[in-house]
Design a protein around this ligand. Structure first.
Ligand code: UDX
Ligand code: ADP
Length: 463
């Protein structure tokens, strides 16, 4: 079957960029992205491309190339489902905040709602593609719902996990290391797989398109993220040891990364990993392992999260300890709030947890991030539920100018590795700070040497 019409449910960080690239590369396919969030759809349709709801380098150009031609953003979910041959599900799957599996299992309510909506609307056969990160065997749940509530329509469920990293989403989509498609081993399943392979083959070499059974595909996604996060926790564990022994974690990372069996990527010590995937996917893996009684497997992976939490907390307590054991009433400037550079996404960002710890110590926090909006920062803190919303607004101030954020601060904490931080006039920043002036580089991006010459007390993770 040749696909001519695709619908994607969920216009977020995954659905938006992925579909924009498919539409850009496949002008013959009509791609409609739907979302129940009207504001989000309005933003995707905004004439001014600076207002797109997702910031990703290169994304605006891709959207501009296809929007209105074969790429459409809409709130009419039913119409898009009805017209499509292939439906991608890209809705959010947060960790459950209630009931069984609370804090660990993925909350599948949005996925289930999508499946029910597809079942209610579909009048002809559909291929349904899981794009969100889902626990293993979700495809089966989707299939059960579709087969038992539908109107005799035949469904094929594919798993096509997303490996794009935020900040490099467009590049990752244009030149992926691999595309993974899992489907049924039946003839119909193989035909569905082939239909999706055809779509990607418009710009990706076939040898980079891997096909597997559904379960392998679903589990590969969780495993890839667990391995990547594990590397970060591993180097972060070594960073603490470096601080005690006088070894330099950057030198260690370089030395081990040159071993071709280890490789150089994902060995940057930091204040801790964030993002919507790593923690959620590992918690999911842990939950699945436990549910099969595999306690050693569960504990093994859980340690990656425990280490990450420890690294965030350690960073905050280092600030307090260094500032003579009190930050009460002191202004601490945060450079960066996003969970990594080149994105406006803040989900699970280390900055949130470091801020929370420092607020418990009665610090006044001044935040500057080039892409994150003020409202998001307050929402992130409010969401923790650790103090009244008023207290967050009273003790956290958001700045649009980094120099103002740092003025009269006792210390600066670098929480995101934005490139622009390296270009700042650090002498000017120093001159306007309280002395002694401290910089805590949670991202290993500034050269300690120079800042120390200016007069800063400089501390970098792993040194
Ligand atoms: C990740 C996976 O990389 C991607 O394949 C998957 O589809 C979604 O989850 P993402 O969360 O967007 O992508 O970003 P990633 O680049 O993986 O970084 C995750 C976190 O780890 C960030 O907070 C980053 O700063 C941190 N990190 C990464 C480090 O602290 N050190 C490193 O060496 C690498
Ligand atoms: P991700 O990083 O997985 O893309 P986001 O939260 O950025 O996650 O995006 C998910 C999107 O899915 C949100 O914009 C949300 O409004 C949308 N969504 C959730 N449930 C539904 C639904 N039943 N129908 C349409 N859109 C939905």
């Amino acid at each position: 079957m040749r696909i001519k019409n695709i619908c994607c449910i969920g216009a977020g960080y995954v659905g938006g960029p992925t579909m924009a690239v498919i539409a850009h590369k496949c002008p013959d396919i009509k791609v409609t992205i739907v979302d129940i969030n009207e504001q989000r759809i309005a933003d995707w349709n905004d004439e001014n491309l600076d207002n797109l709801p997702v910031y990703e380098p290169g994304l605006a150009d891709i959207v501009a190339s296809a929007r209105g031609r074969n790429l459409f953003f809409s709130t009419d979910v039913e119409k898009a489902i009805d017209e499509a041959q292939m439906i991608f599900i890209s809705v959010n799957t947060p960790t459950k905040t209630y009931g069984l599996g609370k804090g660990k299992a993925a909350d599948l309510k949005y996925i289930e709602l999508c499946a029910r909506q597809i079942a209610a609307v579909a009048k002809n056969d559909k291929i349904v593609v899981e794009k969100s990160t889902l626990p293993v065997r979700t495809a089966q749940a989707i299939k059960d719902i579709l087969d038992n509530t539908g109107n005799g329509v035949q469904y094929q469920i594919l798993s096509n996990p997303e490996f794009l990293a935020e900040g490099t989403a467009v590049q990752d989509l244009l030149n992926p290391d691999r595309v993974l498609i899992g489907g049924d081993t039946t003839k119909e399943g193989q035909e569905a797989i082939e239909a999706l392979v055809e779509v990607y083959a418009n710009w990706i070499p076939r040898e980079n398109i891997l096909t597997t059974n559904v379960w392998s595909s679903e589990l590969s996604k969780l495993t890839a993220n667990a391995f990547l996060a594990q590397r970060v926790s591993s180097i972060n564990a070594i960073s603490e040891l470096c601080e005690k022994t006088g070894a330099d974690v950057n030198e260690v990372a370089k030395a081990i990364g040159m071993d071709s069996r280890i490789g150089p990527k994902f060995l940057k010590a930091s204040v801790g990993f964030g993002g919507s995937c790593f923690q959620k996917d590992i918690l999911n893996l842990v939950y699945i392992a436990k549910s099969y009684g595999l306690h050693e497997v569960a504990d093994y992976w859980e340690q990656v999260i425990i280490m990450n939490d420890h690294q965030k907390r350690r960073f905050a307590s280092n600030i307090v300890r260094t500032l003579y054991n009190t930050v009460s009433g002191k202004k601490i400037a945060f450079l960066g709030w996003a969970f990594k550079k080149d994105t406006n996404d803040t989900r699970e960002s280390a900055a949130i947890y470091v801020a929370d710890d420092l607020l418990f110590e009665q610090a006044n926090i001044a935040v500057y991030d080039p892409k994150v909006e003020k409202g998001t920062i307050y929402r992130d803190l409010d969401y923790l539920g650790t103090r009244p919303a008023d207290a967050n607004r009273e003790n956290v101030t958001v700045y649009t100018d980094p120099y103002e954020a740092c003025r009269d601060a006792h210390a600066i904490a670098i929480l995101t590795e934005w490139d622009e931080f390296k270009q700042y006039d650090w002498q000017r920043i120093y001159d306007n700070m309280k002395k002694p002036a401290f910089v805590f580089d949670g991202r290993n991006i500034l050269e300690g040497q120079k800042l120390e010459q200016i007069g800063f007390v400089f501390s970098e993770i792993g040194k």
